[in-house]
Design a protein around this ligand. Sequence first.
Ligand SMILES: *Cc1c(COP(=O)(O)O)cnc(C)c1O
Length: 399
Amino acid sequence: MADLTTTLIHHPYQPPPGFAAPQPGVFKASTVFFPNVAAMREFDWKDKSAYTYGLHGTPTTYTLEERLCTLEGGAQCLLVPSGLAAIATVALALLRSGDEVLIPDNAYGPSKALAEGELTHWGITHRYFDPMDPADLAAKISSRTKLVWLEAAGSVTLEFPDLRAQVGICKAAEVLCALDNTWGAGLAFKPFDLAPGAQHALAVDISIHALTKYPSGGGDVLMGSVITQDERLHMKLKLCHMRLGLGVGANDAESVLRALPSLALRYRQHDETTRTLAQWCLQCEEFAQVLHPALPQSPGHAHWQALCGNAPGAAAGLLSVIFKPAYNQQQVDAFCDALQLFKIGYSWGGPMSLVMPYQLETMRSSWPAHLQPGILVRFSIGLESAADLQADLLKALRG
Ligand SMILES: *Cc1c(COP(=O)(O)O)cnc(C)c1O
């Protein structure tokens, strides 16, 4: 018999034939064996019918990619180590020196930082457009524009743009549009079917998703996806993705796979609690403005309603308030510190509620006309009871 050293490696264990269970097995690999040299030469890493190397895909990552395509209504998916890596992959794959990218002024902050940093260094220019004024987007598209980013609702300020109009403008100008779909998560609206039943299907070209947020749901995984519907566009992205050496760990993929079955249920609960708290915030005298797409007073509410309907589970779990100008930074910081259930932290989509004060004047080209002056605080509403969260807010506000 072979030495124990060998048998510990060449172990006889095989998964039982016909084994079926709620969760798929977790496959981990850098190396993937080929049956013979001829097969090694014949297999194409781009072809998903064969496995060639861990970075090119495993049964675990292929399964996750397929489920995410189902979630968002796309046809192809790439997995990357974070939501921000998904944004960067799209930029690196599609933009060349001399090109311009258009970004909404309320976009996810690090997406703007990428444009201002690396993209600028590489000779790729950017311009920010007013997310609430489709005419501004139309006016800023030029022959150099090769990519338009869209986001609904906007990060931090949660205005809801006329996404259909924005996508329509990009289509008319024949410019690729990529949506940061983290807020919608594939549940609030369908990025590849924005006007269901319409004669001409209206779809974004690319949907990126920070799986870190709702799909993971635990506040313990970083991952992103890049989903498309067009094979040629996917291949362009995929080649860049491969050359950059981007991939995800099997345990993280497993975490997301395990969390996906409860995604819609969690999203709906986040939504329900957040609407309750948004209503309550409306009658708090401390706040000059409450930002939440399902509130009729919130900027872009009509666009949200037209796209997402008003059904339960269509408005996610984010809520921002702007304190009246009488409240200074010290007072607002003290409010955040006084919260017990709300933890001070970035990100969202996990079970615990989070709070974060923002200095909007440092984030925007100029103070948007639709926002009241004052210090903004964003809440990411977790899965705790609405009554407990409301009591925590009240206590931190009024002691
Ligand atoms: C969190 C977030 C990202 C980035 O995701 P990470 O995984 O944290 O890099 C991108 N876009 C939006 C809208 C986000 O909220």
